[in-house]
Design a protein around this ligand. Structure first.
Ligand code: ADP
Ligand code: MG
Length: 677
């Protein structure tokens, strides 16, 4: 098999210079890679229906023979319709094809075919529009459908795959050791490759698929476990006592049980004598900031410095304001470091940080810059982890001597998946919202109802509440999409005349952003028209309406984050999604938003719709693209694969033995592909 990865795709019959470029575009520059380009779907032709029993409006196979020669009818606009009457002996149906003269010669009278397409019916007749067909005598049981690209149809890919399969040696080696293959009842790779492309039957396809999923996850696990081989360094930063009971009275509220639990779990880590490596997952509004504050407090009380890194300037400022208020009451020195500060101010902060005078530093990526050094960095917290790469976390950590690390994420993901992605992080979950939170009513409306939405907004502003309106980026407002600047003008001049309306977008200077945000949080602005810069973390409890224009543009998790900006106080809050999109995926997403407010369910759904690759962004989660396995649906196989991978690595960490050589090549294949993309 591995030698086929050296064979160029051009070496296949029918693949010339031009077509090979298309194959390369699809990700298969070699014969081996083509064999690993699995079909995206299949047509089951093995049990064709009769005309009367075929289900309506869903793709299905029907067996019928051609009753009479196709008829040709010219219609307006130079179009030609070809109609064909077919029968299964008991009933008839009509097939129609547009502008396809070949139909005249391809479909022969009295010949029997398997037609594949969607059946429509009214009380007079049944019909199919442009079904695919194959002569029944030579029809395969299952036909593969490949992801096609301009100039390269599924059929062409199928033909290339056919010739590639002929090159597979009968006695090829299987990378999965025989022992494991037999124990877990997996078919041989030869059978799997043949049947994933050109299955003998649906049963063979299942067997092949099962084996390939298993193989892919096994290879993935081997790679990940090797990448993340945990190094347990003894920590010089062991916490000696637990000061949390001194912290809680500083809070203006009673911590939730989940918050206390997360703090305790983290403190146990920090007192263990090893560096903490913990992920806190909590839905938006679950109160992660208070947990971070508690841990910073405890670290500082034990003589360490702590750093809290946030992904945006607005968020850093907000954390700074609230933690300073909370912790300076206890005599803790808190400072802010962001890129927009003056050089003089930065120098001052950096000096105080190096001398140890500043005990808690809050900042953006600016914390990573070279000039930043600590006297005794003991705890690093990164907020909204999905915005930071593993490398950035590591860069901050290198400013101390194996400091404790806490990662906070508002993107709740299933636990098993989290374990896979964050590798050896321990996980705490904030599965409880602070008391008194009300459900946020969510509505999806079309732009026709915008006027009504504004009347609703007016009513709430008059009652003293505030509102966010999200619209696309400045400059991005092409076509009919409102850009934030024009939109804000329109709100001021037409929809909410006389009300204080502010505007926020990424191109503004940090000082300007800060000023607008401050005005909004002090209640001096009733409405904030903004791009998604308010997406993460911003906390203004008096804001009760979140209206999102062109809501179809955003992913589910992002919509959920945006919605999480409201519903933070005691007042009933509402989220209004405006969208005229009709496509199925967008509609599904908006429906999901209206149906649930549970971040875990939303994340689950988002993962299903987009797949883990898009969900996290490949660079950030550090996982290669999977070709056949789906980490959510194949969770049980994933676990199994993890165990087996552990066993293999215990025995042969380098995968050097003859029996593991094939796996080693596959690990390389999978993870190399990741780096180059
Ligand atoms: P997130 O988890 O989204 O970062 P925050 O830490 O911003 O959430 O907290 C959301 C809001 O809830 C803040 O206004 C915070 O003061 C408040 N809050 C946090 N914990 C509690 C609690 N235990 N009881 C009441 N309010 C709380
Ligand atoms: Mg937060």
């Amino acid at each position: 098999m591995s030698s086929l990865f050296e064979k160029k795709i051009q070496s296949l019959k029918g693949v010339g210079e031009k077509r090979s470029k298309l194959f390369i575009k699809l990700g298969s520059p070699t014969v081996g890679a083509l064999l690993r380009l699995y079909p995206r779907a299949y047509e089951d032709l093995s049990h064709p229906y009769s005309i009367l029993t075929a289900p309506l409006n869903e793709p299905c196979a029907v067996r019928a023979s051609v009753l009479e020669r196709p008829k040709e009818t010219r219609i307006r606009g130079g179009m030609t319709i070809y109609t064909v009457k077919v029968t299964d002996g008991a009933s008839d149906m009509i097939l129609t094809y547009f502008n396809n003269p070949y139909i005249m010669t391809l479909l022969k009278e009295n010949e029997e075919y398997i037609f594949y397409g969607k059946m429509n019916a009214n009380f007079l007749k049944r019909e199919m529009s442009a079904p695919e067909f194959t002569r029944a005598a030579v029809c395969p049981a299952v036909r593969p459908i490949y992801r096609q690209t301009q100039g390269l149809s599924s059929k062409m890919i199928e033909n290339a795959v056919k010739s590639a399969l002929e090159l597979l040696p009968d006695a090829m080696r299987d990378p999965i050791p025989e022992k494991i293959r037999l124990e877990y009842e997996m078919c041989h790779l030869h059978f799997a490759l043949k049947n994933i492309h050109l299955p003998d039957s649906m049963e063979s396809l299942d067997i092949a698929r099962k084996r390939l999923i298993f193989e892919e996850l096994l290879v993935l696990q081997l790679g990940l476990l090797r990448l993340k081989g945990r190094s347990r360094t003894v920590s010089h930063l062991k916490l000696i006592s637990d000061y949390s009971s001194q912290f809680y009275p500083l809070l203006p509220f009673e911590p939730t049980g989940a918050q206390r639990r997360a703090v305790n779990e983290a403190l146990v880590d920090m007192m263990s004598g090893y560096p903490m490596n913990r992920l806190i997952q909590g839905d938006v509004g679950s109160g992660k900031t208070a947990v971070a504050a508690a841990l910073c407090f405890c670290a500082v009380k034990c003589g360490m410095q702590a750093a809290l890194m946030a992904p945006t300037e607005i968020l850093a400022q907000q954390h700074y304001a609230s933690l300073k208020e909370l912790l300076s009451a206890a005599g803790i020195q808190v400072a802010l470091l962001t890129g927009s500060m003056t050089a003089a101010k930065k120098r001052e902060v950096l000096g105080a940080l190096q001398s140890g005078e500043v005990q808690l530093i809050i900042g953006t990526h600016a914390l990573l810059s070279e000039g930043v050094s600590f006297q005794r960095l003991g705890l690093i917290i990164t907020d909204e982890q999905h915005r930071f790469g593993v490398a950035q976390r590591a860069a901050l950590a290198s400013k101390g001597d194996h400091p404790h690390m806490l990662v906070m994420s508002a993107t709740p993901i299933p636990r098993t998946l989290a374990l896979m992605i964050y590798g050896d992080l321990d996980i705490s979950v904030l599965d409880e919202l602070p008391p008194g939170r009300q459900k946020i009513d969510t509505y999806a409306i079309t732009s026709e109802k915008r006027q009504r939405a504004f009347r609703f907004i007016k009513k709430h502003i008059d009652a003293g509440r505030q509102c966010y309106i999200i619209c696309p980026m400045i400059d991005e407002g092409q076509n009919d999409m409102a850009s934030v600047v024009q939109y804000a003008e329109q709100v001021r001049d037409e929809w909410l005349i006389g009300y204080p309306v502010g505007m926020l977008h990424g191109r503004m200077k940090p000082k300007e952003k800060e000023a607008v945000m401050a005005e909004f949080s002090q209640g001096r602005l009733s409405v904030l028209v903004s791009t998604t810069v308010v997406e993460v973390g911003v906390d203004v409890p008096n804001a009760v309406i979140m209206m999102i224009e062109n809501a179809e543009r955003y992913g589910l998790s992002q919509l959920h984050q945006l919605r999480g900006r409201v519903g933070r106080g005691k007042d009933k809050s509402t989220c209004i999604l405006i969208s005229d999109a009709q496509n199925e995926e967008a509609v599904t997403r908006l429906k999901a938003m209206c149906a649930t407010s549970d971040g875990f369910q939303i994340a689950d759904q988002d993962l299903k719709l987009r797949g883990p690759g898009d969900f996290f962004g490949q660079r950030q989660h550090g996982l290669p693209d999977l070709k056949i396995a789906d980490m959510l649906h194949d969770m049980s196989v994933l676990k199994q694969a993890q165990e087996i991978a552990r066993g293999i690595l215990n025995e042969d960490y380098e995968l050097e033995s003859d029996e593991h050589r094939g796996l080693r090549a596959e690990v390389k294949q999978l993870f190399d592909g990741m780096e180059s993309s």
